[in-house]
Design a protein. Structure first.
Length: 352
């Protein structure tokens, strides 16, 4: 038997979100029912609602893949979670569990295609609805424990922004003796600065201006520079082992590549549909690497949450009610947020 759950949905691309009721499946033997407390508003939500990355998403759409709440019921065979547990759900809710990527704990790269938390269909052909709702049902293997040391508000954005930054920092060995630059002081960047600092790296924040300098230094940056100042790129040339670019705009990479020392790595964490270009000698002369990243596997997501709990890391959040979500999305589009919106899902009702 399905359950009717209050949610916020867009009936079509670019349409405002509005209150509605959606159907959640009856929990199977391995399912966990989660009463959602907070859901982060990610820039991906905006991009998919507007079909900025292309058509093909499923509407009506209930966004949200930064989900935090409590377990309210479990299936008969669930062993990983219990009623009352503090839990989270990130960018996907299933994968094939058989391909090389899944077996290696890299479910986000599932060769069959991971089941997105929202905007797609699951392997049974059912539409997936995300966390802009009061409740969700998810297989226990894709549900994460949120440590008691983390507030649910501050932990919710870690399920996307946190893991998207943690993955490349770990992959490219950020730590003592390394110099890391984070480009962009938004939802991703501010968490990345906190993580890189906690890992022991020397961290430089690169923002468009110096407007967020005090925040960047408070989050753990050792230095803060403006990318609008050409002197920044001259003074910091060949300085970094790792540069993580959280800015989604396309264009030339030469200025960023020139920040890297020998064997340095530029990771593009922001998603752009515009072509990226660079001059080949900037790679070859210093054996520099251009890489990408995409959230993380279930095990690494849990590792990230546990790391954040040990180091007191959460996202900086502004909590909004259901009737403020469309305004929050507009503000996000303008960059008017420090640094992540989260929805108090208790305010979501099935009708306005």
């Amino acid at each position: 038997m399905t359950t009717q759950v209050p949610a916020l949905a867009a009936p079509s691309a670019k349409a405002p979100l509005r209150p509605t009721a959606i159907e959640r499946r009856a929990p199977g033997p391995h399912d966990v029912v989660i009463d959602i407390a907070y859901t982060g508003i990610c820039h991906t939500d905006l991009a998919l609602l507007h079909e900025e990355w292309g058509a093909g998403m499923v509407f009506p759409m209930v966004p949200g893949h930064e989900i935090a709440g409590h377990v309210s019921a479990v299936g008969t065979d669930v062993s990983r979670h219990a009623v009352g547990d503090r839990v989270g759900v990130g960018c996907y809710v299933d994968s094939c569990r058989e391909c090389g990527a899944c077996l290696a704990g890299q479910e986000q790269h599932c060769l069959k295609g991971e089941v997105l938390t929202y905007g797609g269909v699951d392997y049974q052909g059912r539409p997936t609805y995300g966390g802009y709702s009061r409740q969700i049902v998810v297989d226990e293997n894709y549900v994460l424990h949120i440590p008691d040391a983390l507030s649910l508000q501050g932990a919710a954005p870690l399920l996307c922004a946190g893991i998207t930054m943690y993955n490349p920092l770990r992959r490219w060995n950020a730590g003592p003796g390394t110099k890391v630059a984070v480009i962009g002081m938004g939802g991703l960047g501010h968490v990345g600065i906190k993580l890189a600092h906690a890992m022991g790296a020397e961290v430089t924040a690169l923002g468009r201006s110096l407007a967020k300098r005090d925040d960047g230094l408070r989050f753990g940056a050792d230095d803060y520079r403006a990318t609008s100042d050409s002197a920044t790129f001259t003074e910091l040339a060949e300085s970094f082992d790792l540069v993580v670019n959280t800015v989604g705009a396309g264009g030339g990479l030469d200025a960023y590549l020139n920040l890297l020392r020998l064997d340095g790595v530029l990771v593009n964490a922001g998603v752009s549909t515009e072509p990226l270009d660079f001059h080949g000698p900037l790679l070859g002369d210093k054996r520099r690497i251009i890489a990408s990243t995409k959230n993380g596997g279930v095990g690494q997501c849990q590792e990230m949450l546990d790391f954040c709990a040990r180091h007191g890391i959460t996202a900086e959040t502004e909590t909004v009610a259901a009737d403020q979500v469309n305004t929050a999305l507009d503000r996000l589009d303008r960059g008017d947020v420090r640094y992540r919106f989260v929805i108090d899902t208790a305010t979501i009702t099935a009708s306005a």
